[in-house]
Structure formats: structure tokens, C-alpha cells
Ligand binder design. Structure first.
Ligand code: 5GP
Ligand code: MN
Ligand code: MN
Length: 447
């Protein structure tokens, strides 16, 4: 088994030495507990994840690979993988939800202000009145209408084109180098989804930190727009390489080729969609907050966890991994985070809580990346089979966590995800980042 071949470098850090197909060693940031498992609660990593790690390290042009503690099976390469490449773009290392990520809103409210469950329920209603929720849902005029012209502007030139507070984040524009590139028909057809949350584990959640301050955490991506862009390049890339199947496992693009250049530009457009999407939803959340509680909120940080970015002359693809630049990193020069490092937004689950971290200089070891969540440990199917609805609803009620659905979605409940503490402990142990805030959910709107 692959696990037997791992070498332990230090607590929380293993190396998988390169095999014949691998271009480089892979660094894995795992505690012994996450790797080998401990009791029925924590089953340990399955071998198929390592097959995908090997796959990630075997693409042409790969110069480094790192795996984060929340890693689990994905398409082609595991969720929780960081791949650094030279001159090569790997659509599978960004995944289908290009630009998926988080916004953290800091509010002026305290735990006391939101203690009233009736008010929190009203907040959920006010948010869902303003944004579309669920798979396939589009804006359906809930938000101010975005014209085709504005849409094109937003994806090409960033969220600033929405014409709202342009200083939201230093990342509200992901550079599109050649904006003349055509958007695939199928992707453009999904433009109505700008301003919608989407389904599955996308969410908007009210949280309280250890000091009693109220935050709102938001998770969504590029919806059908990004999905169709990703799909387009898996299909075109497979055709170009003469692949018959499993394109997610094998497609790579020369960044200087016409297809590679198109991917880079369209990938960045999808990322701009995702950022704008989060900011539009963030506005709805703020408006609802003011309506119900009288408090205000503003963007604390915005960051994607499915994205390829140029860093120090290389492409760094993070798939289900969060960038983690510590204080003093040159990319933060001139930003408010220059000295401290930027906030790292880590959702855990709607039941067990979330966290905000800051990177340590040691993050260099993991290609300046950490995990993007706690990671799934139980499949959706298994969750629906083995978890009990009444027990789960009861537990949520006792914890005072309100939902937009009548019943708790079993496949999104706490036990479906790895223990966030185990994951964060690994990150701290390996010297990648430290936890600054622990966030407890009090109301969650699931997609
Ligand atoms: P992904 O981006 O891979 O789809 O999910 C990111 C992470 O979000 C998951 O690994 C999980 O830890 C976390 N997560 C999923 N649903 C929720 C939720 O409703 N609330 C919070 N706080 N975290 C969640
Ligand atoms: Mn997503
Ligand atoms: Mn995501």
C-alpha cells in the first residue's frame, strides 16, 4: 500500500518519495490520526487518495505537490491538493467549481444581539427573499438585474464592474490577460446564476466567535458558468491529447498553446464570476442583517479555494486548498495584511463550527497553502442510510442552530465531515498556520 511507503519528516508532515511516473516527491500534511485512523470516528485515508496524489505528481511540468489535512477523493486529483507547475495548466487541479471560495463578513453585532431565535429565523427569511438558493436556481430577479453588458464586464474586469464599493478586497479582480476570448455558449447561458448560492454544501452562515462577536461566513463559487468552462476544456483537452476517457485524470494544457491560453483567460473569468457572486450575496446578507438586527457588516476577507494563480513565475493550482501567505510575503505588500498575513477562512460544518487562521512562515513547506475545510468523511449516500433524522434534528435544536430547511440535511450534518479540531491541530503541529478565531454556527442557510 502507498501508506507504507510514506516517510515521516516531522509531526504532521509526511513525504511520498517519487516513483517512476511521478515528476517530484509529494509533501503530505497529515497527523498520524488522520493518516492511519483512530476508532470508528476517524477511518484514516483510503489508498485510492494516494493513487490520485501520484496522478497529480505525474503530470508534465509539475514542480511541487502538497496535500492538505482535509484531503479526500476528487476527480483526477484529490480535493485538498496543491500542484505547482511550470508552463503547464491542469484544469483538474482547479476542478469544476472554478473560483469556489469564501467571504467572511464581520458584523457590529454581539452574541446577545442575535440570541433571539425568532429574529434569527427572520434573518434567514430575509436573506432567502433576496437570493436564490439551491441547485440550478438563478437570480430570478431577486437581486438588482445584471445586464448582459454588465455581466461581460464583471467576468472580464472583475467585481468592480458591479459598480458597488470597489475597495472590497485586494482580490476583486482576477486578471484576464486577453479579454477578447469567446465565452463558450453553454457557460454564457448560465449568466443568470450570478447572485445565487447553489446547492450542496454551499451556504451562508451566521456565527459567533470565542469573544462573542457575530460573523457571517459565505461559501459559493462560479455555479454553472464555471462548471461549463471547466467541462469545455476537459472535452477539448481530451480531444487534443487523443484521450478516449477519464479526461479529468489526464488532461493537461501547454500554457502557451491556443487552448492553454483560452483556458487561462476563461478560468480567470470564472474566478471573477465567483468573487462577484460572493459579493452580491454578501450585500443581501448585510441588508437582511440591518433589517432584522439593525447592525451592519462589512467584508473582512474574500478568498477562493479552487483556483490557479501565478506565483513567483509558476502556476499554483489549489483544489480545495486555501492560499496561506504569512506576514512579510511580497504578494501582500501594500495590503492591510502585509504584517500579519491574510486571514485564512476555514469552514468546518454547519454543526461543529469553523475557524479563521493566519499563516506561519512554515507555510512555505506546503506551497503557501492549508486546508479549505474539515473534509468529507462520509459519503452522502451513507449519511442518508446510517444517520437518524430525529436524532440529528434534536441535536441541532439543542445547539440552537437554525436552518432554512424544515429538516436537517443528513448528508451535510456534523458527522459527515472530519473533526475540524484534528485538521487544525495538524496545521498547527506542522507549523503552517495558527488559529485566531473559532466560530460557532447559530443560523445556516444551505444551498
Ligand atoms: P467544498 O469546497 O469542498 O465543497 O467544501 C468546503 C468545506 O466546507 C467542507 O470540507 C466542510 O468542512 C465545510 N462545510 C460544508 N458545509 C458547511 C456548512 O454548512 N457550514 C460550515 N461552517 N462549513 C461547511
Ligand atoms: Mn463549490
Ligand atoms: Mn468550495
Amino acid at each position: 500500500s502507498w501508506k507504507q511507503r510514506l516517510e515521516k519528516v516531522s509531526e504532521g508532515h509526511y513525504v511520498l518519495a517519487k516513483t517512476k511516473s511521478m515528476k517530484v516527491d509529494a509533501d503530505l500534511f497529515l497527523s498520524d490520526k488522520l493518516l492511519w485512523g483512530e476508532g470508528p470516528e476517524q477511518p484514516g485515508l483510503e489508498d485510492s487518495v494516494f493513487d490520485q496524489v501520484v496522478n497529480a505528481a505525474s503530470f508534465p511540468g509539475v514542480t511541487r505537490v502538497a496535500v492538505t489535512p482535509d484531503c479526500h477523493l476528487g476527480y483526477g486529483v484529490p480535493i485538498g491538493t496543491v500542484v505547482e507547475t511550470d508552463g503547464i495548466l491542469l484544469p483538474t487541479a482547479a476542478g469544476y467549481d472554478i473560483g469556489c471560495g469564501m467571504v467572511q463578513l464581520q458584523t457590529t453585532l454581539t452574541a446577545e444581539d442575535v440570541a433571539d431565535a425568532t429574529k434569527r429565523r427572520r434573518w434567514i427569511e430575509e436573506v432567502t427573499k433576496r437570493i436564490a438558493v439551491g441547485v440550478g436556481a438563478s437570480r430570478v430577479q431577486k437581486q438588482r438585474r445584471v445586464t448582459d453588458r454588465t455581466f461581460s464586464d464583471v467576468v472580464r474586469h472583475g467585481a468592480k464592474a458591479l459598480g458597488r464599493g470597489s475597495s472590497v478586497t485586494e482580490r476583486d479582480y482576477i486578471p484576464v490577460e486577453d479579454d477578447r476570448v469567446d465565452i463558450p455558449e453553454r457557460a454564457f447561458g448560465k449568466r443568470e446564476q450570478l447572485g445565487s448560492l447553489g446547492g450542496g454544501n454551499h451556504f451562508t452562515e451566521m456565527q459567533v466567535d470565542q469573544n462573542g462577536r457575530v460573523w457571517v461566513m459565505l461559501h459559493t463559487g462560479s455555479r454553472g458558468f464555471g462548471w461549463n468552462i471547466a467541462k469545455h476544456f476537459f472535452v477539448e483537452g481530451a480531444a487534443q491529447l487523443g484521450l478516449k476517457s477519464r479526461s479529468e485524470d489526464h488532461v493537461w494544457l501547454d500554457a502557451e498553446s491556443p487552448l492553454g491560453r483560452d483556458y487561462w483567460n476563461l478560468h480567470n473569468m470564472a474566478a471573477n464570476f465567483a468573487v462577484a457572486n460572493r459579493l452580491i450575496i454578501g450585500e443581501a446578507v448585510c441588508a437582511a442583517l440591518e433589517d432584522v438586527f439593525g447592525g451592519t457588516a462589512s467584508v473582512y476577507y474574500e478568498i477562493s479555494h479552487n483556483l490557479i494563480q501565478k506565483e513567483a513565475g509558476k502556476f499554483v493550482a489549489r483544489k480545495g486548498a486555501t492560499r496561506a501567505f504569512p506576514g512579510g510575503h511580497p504578494a501582500l505588500k501594500g495590503t492591510p495584511w502585509e504584517k500579519t498575513g491574510h486571514p485564512i477562512l476555514i469552514p468546518g460544518s454547519m454543526e461543529t463550527g469553523s475557524a479563521i487562521l493566519f499563516a506561519e512562515p512554515g507555510a512555505q513547506k506546503s506551497i503557501y497553502s492549508v486546508n479549505h475545510g474539515s473534509g468529507r468523511r462520509m459519503s452522502r449516500g451513507e449519511a442518508r442510510r446510517v444517520l437518524k433524522q430525529d436524532v440529528t434534528d434534536q441535536r441541532m435544536a439543542e445547539a440552537g442552530i437554525l436552518l432554512n430547511t424544515r429538516q436537517t440535511p443528513l448528508d451535510e450534518s456534523g458527522p459527515c465531515y472530519k473533526n475540524l479540531d484534528d485538521v487544525l491541530e495538524t496545521v498547527e503541529m506542522a507549523g503552517l498556520a495558527r488559529v485566531a478565531y473559532r466560530l460557532k454556527p447559530v443560523a445556516c442557510i444551505k444551498g
